[in-house]
Write a protein that binds this ligand. Structure first.
Ligand SMILES: Cc1ncc(C[n+]2csc(CCOP(=O)(O)OP(=O)(O)O)c2C)c(N)n1
Length: 580
């Protein structure tokens, strides 16, 4: 602890505490409820910046992206009821994505508590902790002298075990009160490690297996842990798939890479997982999206032998009774796995080679005219550096990115994919802005659907106001405008063919909108050929750039069209197919 020299407002002490934890940037929308903290940011403006956003949803997404990118808690400041309500989406995302994050909420003055004072909410109730809740821990700080204790615990809880969001409510009088509270030293999470007996059991299971497959994912990976995973995969010649939204844990260009285990999974990889006799799940929650609706592995006891390694003790055994459950951080588990000595010959070299061959074959697209999204992704890959950070929210459009882009593993580049496991629309634009602000030397590409984009498109203003995308790294947002909430339309055509309800969109001219915010934007792109020059111009711009793509709404996914989905659904129902 650093002894404090003198009394200062608790709002200042709070900012000092964040700086001591290594924070240089926080995201938020101001409120009169935390003026003393805002004054603390002013006081320490040479060491930490407050990025003022245009909506708390955008701010909380930015903080969540900061948590994903840095592995330390992303930091967000919002005001009472309205601000906290808007910020809830980022907290939920951090919970489902196991991302360390702290949401600070200005609270009504202590003298007004429990009167339903202006904008008063009980945040312990609203975000209350639980395994299906929003936050890992929610608390309110009443005594300025106890700020170090609360902030310290918030950092611990956010990073410890399965990382996640913490909510701290800060009554305005508490923030304004003087304190001589000291500042805590930097907090690091305690790292659980696999026991030697557990490692020996992994070794035995591997020796007994004939068709093993590793699924890597979850949070808490570092470059060193990813490198160790690669060594483990190489020495045991294991095929490795990446869990939903954790495409960058294993280098997609590696010969052992088998593909992503998520929405739109390669059917051959799905079949391979079903057929495997040993699954070594290293880090991921075995959630609905990673298990294709709990079907690739069937709960509670999977057909395959299952080794589940997870940083959160509560996550183990929650859905699956694993044959071997190991409570370990990735920082300790991956290097430990890398020490396991393989036998002289392995039985499954052909199995691993064919897993990668399946992945390669799945990269061959079916040509689409006039705008081919697979070619768009390939073109992006030709023009941007390998360490480019890609961001997206939720929608079918993301399927082209995850199917055709080869994410460089974190071992080479740090995180290269920021996307919500929670399937939260609107994530991609704020995540891209946050990434561009936090890592200005890296290029950031956001792929957004038209529905996705307009949920948080106002954060284009935040990018301009704070100088994002003006350094060596570029910031490009690509909007896939198909005039529909296409994912929902796809589900409708499958379940209620031909009955379009609530999924059509009326769209603005996205390029004109971007220009109004001060972004660069060229002509709308309607053909594959027009994309490359548009991208080159966007990457050459001296400011953030947006590319507006027009995609035929019938092109539903990288594998099928709405017409085909509707025809299949009608055929299933024994109806006559209408001419389209
Ligand atoms: C915040 C939020 N609201 C609603 C949904 C449900 N939802 C999932 S995908 C989707 C449509 C996405 O549309 P768009 O961004 O245009 O992408 P497309 O599917 O057309 O490619 C909706 C409404 C969601 N996942 N998140």
């Amino acid at each position: 602890m650093t002894p404090s020299a003198s009394n200062r407002p608790a709002g200042h002490a709070l900012v000092e505490a964040l700086i001591a934890q290594g924070a240089t940037t926080v995201f938020g929308v101001p409120g009169e409820s935390f003026l003393a903290a805002l004054d603390g940011f002013y006081e320490h403006r040479d060491r930490i910046r407050f990025v003022a956003c245009r909506h708390e949803g955008g701010a909380s997404y930015m903080a969540e992206a900061q948590g994903k990118l840095t592995g330390r808690p992303g930091l967000c400041f919002v005001t009472r009821g309205p601000g906290a309500s808007n910020a809830a989406i980022g907290v939920h995302t951090a919970f489902q994505d196991s991302t360390p994050m702290i949401l600070f909420i200005g609270q009504v003055a202590s003298s007004q508590r429990d009167r339903e004072a202006f904008q008063e909410v009980d945040y312990r109730q609203m975000f209350g902790p639980g395994t299906l809740g929003f936050a890992k821990w929610a608390a309110e700080v009443h005594d300025p002298d106890r700020l170090p204790e609360y902030v310290g615990r918030a950092f611990h809880v956010a990073m410890q075990g399965r990382p996640g969001p913490v909510v701290l409510a800060l009554p305005e009088d508490m923030l304004a009160a003087a304190t001589s509270a000291p500042v805590l030293d930097r907090i690091e999470p305690a790292l659980a490690a696999p026991a030697p007996a557990a490692l020996a059991r992994v070794h035995d299971l591997l020796l007994a297996a004939e068709r093993p497959l590793a699924i890597a994912g979850g949070s808490g990976w570092s470059a060193h842990a990813c490198e160790s995973l690669e060594r483990f995969a190489e020495s045991w010649q294991l095929p490795v798939g990446c869990a939903f939204r954790f495409h960058d844990v294993f280098d997609n260009r590696h010969p052992n890479y088998a593909g992503d285990v998520g929405i739109g999974i390669n059917p051959k990889l799905a079949a391979r997982i079903r057929d495997a006799d040993l699954i070594v799940a290293i880090g991921p929650r075995l959630g609905e999206m990673t298990t294709s609706g709990y079907e690739l592995l069937t709960p509670p006891k999977a057909r395959q032998w299952l080794v589940h390694i997870h940083a959160g003790a509560d996550e183990l055994g929650r859905v699956y009774a694993a044959d071997l459950a190991i409570n370990s951080s990735m920082a300790c588990a991956a290097p430990a796995l890398a020490t396991l000595a393989p036998p002289a010959t392995l039985r499954w070299a052909g199995w691993t080679a064919s897993a990668h061959a399946d992945y390669e074959a799945n990269q061959v697209p079916t040509p689409v005219a006039p705008l081919d999204m697979a070619e768009v992704v390939r073109c992006i890959d030709r023009h941007v550096p390998a360490d480019t950070i890609f961001t997206n929210g939720a929608g079918n459009f993301a399927g082209w990115l995850t199917r055709f882009h080869r994410f460089a593993g974190m071992r080479h580049a740090g995180r290269t994919h920021l996307a919500p496991t929670s399937g939260a629309m609107g994530y991609g634009v704020p995540a891209a802005v946050a990434a561009a602000l936090l890592e200005p030397h890296r290029t950031v590409v956001n792929l957004a659907g038209d529905g996705d984009f307009l949920m948080t498109g106002q954060e284009l203003a935040t990018a301009i106001a704070h100088g994002a995308g003006r350094g060596a790294g570029k910031l490009v947002s690509i909007v896939v405008d198909n005039g529909t909430y296409g994912t929902i339309r796809m589900h409708q055509e499958r379940e209620y063919p031909g009955r379009v309800s609530g999924s059509d969109l009326g769209n603005p001219d996205f390029a004109a909108l971007a220009r109004a915010y001060g972004w660069f934007a060229g002509e709308r792109v309607e053909t594959t050929a027009a994309f490359e020059p548009a991208l080159v111009a966007a990457l050459a711009a001296d400011r953030p750039a947006l590319i507006h793509l027009r995609l035929d709404s019938d092109v539903s996914t990288s594998r099928t069209t709405l017409t085909s989905i509707r025809r299949n659904a009608e055929a299933r129902r024994g109806k006559t197919t209408r001419p389209s």
